[in-house]
Design a protein around this ligand. Sequence first.
Ligand code: NAP
Length: 296
Amino acid sequence: MTQITKCINGKTKIFGLLGNPVEHTQSPFIHQLFYEATEFNGTYNPFFVPVGQLEQAILGMRGLSLSGLNVTIPYKVDVMEYLDLVDPIAQAIGAVNTIVPVHGKLMGYNTDWIGLKMACDYYDIPIKGQECVIIGAGGAARGAVAMCLEGQATSVTIINRTREKAERIKNDLQKMDMDIPIYVGGLEDFHLVKPNSVAIQTTSVGMHPHEDASPIFNEEFFQKVDFIVDIIYNPKETVFMTKGREHQAKVLNGLSMLFFQALKAFEYWTDITLTASQIEWCLHQLETTVYNNTKN
Ligand code: NAP
């Protein structure tokens, strides 16, 4: 008989993800890597929350003294009203993806923007002093704009198919009061893109199974871009990234952002900081697992 080396016991901390759907999440695996790397006694579970049951789910978190929860689509906005306090940047972004219990109160944070910043730092994509252009104006774009403002970019330009949504982000995130200009335009307003820009692609265009698609094909755009972050991670390299690479841009896909947003949540919940070699080990395990399981 095989021996059980690790099992849930009375001291196991319980974490999880609230969403609908939750079947395809990578988060349990990523958090399991953190538990392995740090020998932390934890478990991370996807919780399917039926429509209309979000408030009950948060009451459940309180009643069961869960140690922390992530929140995903479609609840990142609505969850804010059931928390005791929301971090000011999460408030400006308008979305919470991480709930941290502190002395009986539930605090809401957004680790998507921090994860993006940590990924850029880890892979030497500069933000400070750079002209940044965000493609898209959905939930992910809000985090990307906040990241550029917090990271002290020189300017942030948001281009999106629906220009009004880019305007709305500008209005909301200007409240962060960072004194950094924000410009907005349509998806083809390439004249707004400054030379040597850092481009952050936040739309779902180009994601599996539509690998041939890209929000932008125009050469003028790619000539002006030195760095590309595409927050899609399946496929491993999107057409948008390939076109950037062909124009000598340094490129990064979205897997590291996913990884680091989880790492930041783990840090909030446990006060444990992983060492550089633990981070390297976890990232390697994640990349190997994700890309050996996809066609890339
Ligand atoms: P969202 O709120 O639905 O926003 C989607 C954005 O994509 C909008 O700006 C939309 O433009 C644009 N778009 C959609 N279809 C388009 C098309 N055919 N042509 C041009 N623009 C199009 O979604 P989201 O929450 O921001 O998520 C976007 C992507 O980010 C998803 O693929 C998600 O999986 C990924 N993501 C990755 C991470 C990570 O950790 N790597 C984290 C969060 C999200 P309109 O405004 O004109 O509709």
